[in-house]
Design a binder for this molecule. Structure first.
Ligand code: PXP
Length: 241
């Protein structure tokens, strides 16, 4: 059995809270419930515009959580300082554009290599596991290894979009698979995520070189109907089949 870890992204609990400027639903409560329901780690993305997770959420969650906390962040000085101060177990460096609805693509590793190398070094010095969110393509994966990242997280957005449109997924899935094998051969730990649902995660989880999936929007959406515990448990079953 391919035992894949499940990281649960709880950003959109904060989105609902912020829509009314209230104190509920509380992302900390979601993190603790996800932990209890079988999540292997909790992911939060502290965006530069703080549109969902806030600095206070990061502090509270880090203090109370028993499983690893994975902080997604843009490669900026501000975010590096926040990570150093709060010491999440993992950091996943992601690109950020103010006007995007979600993280629409992987990092431009080549363009940012100097900055990324410095940030990776600073985080690794503090024993924080560093992952780069990249497109499933050889050049970015190879460069991630050269820059010293521990892991790559392959962006599954394109695959998910094709999947949901009932388009041909074979090429895209094959590309994910080839990229995952290549990354693992280089000695990188391989993660994947973005836009995954029960059905699409089932295909991605069959790729043996992948050891972690990070899933958020669909879990929070399903939680409205079946609750977070059921949704997480169902994902666990699907990805460990
Ligand atoms: N992985 C990374 C690096 C992300 O930026 C996101 C979105 O925040 C996810 C996984 C989860 O994507 P989704 O919310 O679409 O499941």
């Amino acid at each position: 059995m391919n035992k894949i870890r499940l990281g649960v992204n709880i950003d959109h609990v904060a989105t609902v809270r912020n829509a009314r400027g209230e104190s509920y639903p509380d992302p900390l409560r979601a993190a603790i419930l996800a932990q209890k329901s079988g999540a292997d780690s909790i992911t939060i993305h502290l965006r530069e515009d703080r549109r969902h997770i806030k600095d206070s959420d990061l502090k509270k969650i880090k203090k109370k959580l028993k499983i690893p906390l994975n902080l997604e962040m843009a490669p900026t000085k501000e975010m590096l300082n926040i990570a150093i101060k709060n010491k999440p177990n993992y950091v996943c460096i992601v690109p950020e554009k103010r006007k995007e609805i979600t993280t629409e693509g992987g990092l431009n590793v080549k363009k940012n290599k100097k900055n990324l190398k410095r940030i990776i070094n600073e985080l690794k010095k503090r024993k924080i596991r560093v992952s780069l969110f990249v497109e499933p393509q050889v050049s970015d994966i190879r460069l991630s290894k050269i820059l010293g990242a521990n892991c790559v997280e392959l962006h599954t957005g394109k695959f998910s979009n094709l999947f949901h449109k009932n388009n041909r997924i074979n090429l895209s899935l094959m590309n994910l698979k080839k990229s995952a094998i290549y990354a693992k051969q280089l000695g990188l730990e391989v993660h994947a995520g973005h836009g995954l649902t029960y059905k699409s995660a089932h295909h991605v989880a069959k790729i043996k070189s992948i050891s972690e999936l990070n899933i958020g929007h669909f879990i929070i959406s399903e939680s409205l109907f079946v609750g977070m515990t059921k949704s997480i448990k169902r994902f666990r079953k699907i990805i460990n089949k």
